[in-house]
Design a protein. Structure first.
Length: 82
């Protein structure tokens, strides 16, 4: 009798934690950035993860800027000053 590799308790638990498909939110990006920052500061070789932190940081900045631009567009479209 062969056992399915994915029919184990850890695999089932992990499958419940998979996020639903769709765009990643700013809150998710910020949480990931915070987690990577903690990893970097907690472990002696944490600087290995600096490229991941830099990418997450850049994505957070870009998402905030996009939100700011969309907000300005909506204010202008509504006839209010930017």
């Amino acid at each position: 009798m062969t056992r399915d590799l994915f029919d184990t308790a850890p695999a089932r638990a992990l499958s419940r934690r998979v996020r639903p498909p769709g765009p990643i939110t700013l809150a998710e990006l910020e949480r990931a950035r915070e987690l990577v920052a903690k990893i970097i500061t907690m472990f002696p070789n944490g600087d290995t993860y600096l490229p991941i932190f830099k990418r997450l940081d850049a994505e957070c900045i870009a998402a905030r800027e996009k939100d700011d631009v969309i907000g300005r567009v909506r204010r202008i479209a509504a006839g209010r000053a930017a």
